[in-house]
Ligand binder design. Structure first.
Ligand SMILES: *[C@@H]1O[C@H](CO)[C@@H](O)[C@H](O)[C@H]1NC(C)=O
Ligand SMILES: *[C@@H]1O[C@H](CO)[C@@H](O)[C@H](O)[C@H]1NC(C)=O
Length: 216
């Protein structure tokens, strides 16, 4: 970006992206610029447990869709994304029109851009050690969960020690920032404000408050 210095940053990642930003925060590569990091709907324990059912999930997913609207419909009907407006925006970029199949017969095939199954050898590594990294890295920490994941032992202890901010939106699905976009935005804005060192506003002194109320 050709910035002379990094401005204050918040790193935010969803699901696997949460593991990526946590790893980056823990590496310290961005120095003091990282004010904080937020992880959306991923907990090491549940993520590793879920890996076993990941292959069957991928097999149960349609391999392609006859149209973009049927793909959007599948995401909302299966409650993968519960917010229809959001699904209309975020599903189309996940797919591409596979012309090799379309030319073989008249059926159009919208196919997944990313071959998730091919990344299987890395799944375990993505999530192992995530809770420890999340607690150890420098900066404000926010964990936003949809309520289906349960805190693992390390996160539970960290929570009791007040090491991070935990927010749960039980009404949201895994795509928490899409299902509850406004609430997520408010939590993130608030998280930023509390970690923004440049705008540190200290509460008024009790003496000043008393002076304002009861001038001497
Ligand atoms: C088009 O090709 C696909 C894949 O080969 C096949 O599953 C589908 O039945 C074909 N559709 C028609 C209308 O022939
Ligand atoms: C649903 O998604 C749209 C588009 O992202 C967003 O404007 C809206 O606030 C979302 N709904 C909720 C309840 O968050």
């Amino acid at each position: 970006m050709k910035w002379s210095e990094l401005s204050g940053l918040l790193l935010i990642g969803h699901s696997l992206g949460g593991a990526v930003v946590t790893d980056l925060a823990r590496s310290g590569k961005l120095g003091n610029a990282v004010l904080g990091y937020a992880v959306f709907d991923v907990v090491e324990g549940s993520a590793i447990d879920a890996l076993q059912s990941m292959q069957s999930y991928l097999l149960s997913r349609p391999k392609s869709f006859p149209s973009l609207s049927s793909a959007i419909e599948w995401h909302t009907r299966s409650r993968t994304i519960r917010n229809t407006t959001s699904a209309r925006i975020s599903v189309p970029p996940l797919l591409y029109l596979d012309t090799s199949l379309a030319s073989s017969n008249a059926t159009k095939k919208w196919t997944w851009r990313t071959d998730l199954a091919a990344t299987q050898p890395y799944w375990q590594g993505w999530f192992t050690g995530l809770s420890k990294k999340f607690l150890d890295a420098k900066g404000g920490k926010l964990l936003l969960l949809a309520g289906t994941d349960r805190l693992d032992k390390e996160l539970m202890i960290g929570q009791m020690q007040g090491k991070y901010q935990l927010q749960v939106f039980p009404e949201a699905g895994h795509f928490i920032h899409e299902d509850q976009a406004e609430k997520t935005a408010m939590v993130v804005a608030d998280f930023y404000r509390r970690n923004d060192r440049s705008a540190l506003i200290l509460p008024p002194k009790v003496g000043d408050l008393l002076e304002a109320k009861y001038p001497t």
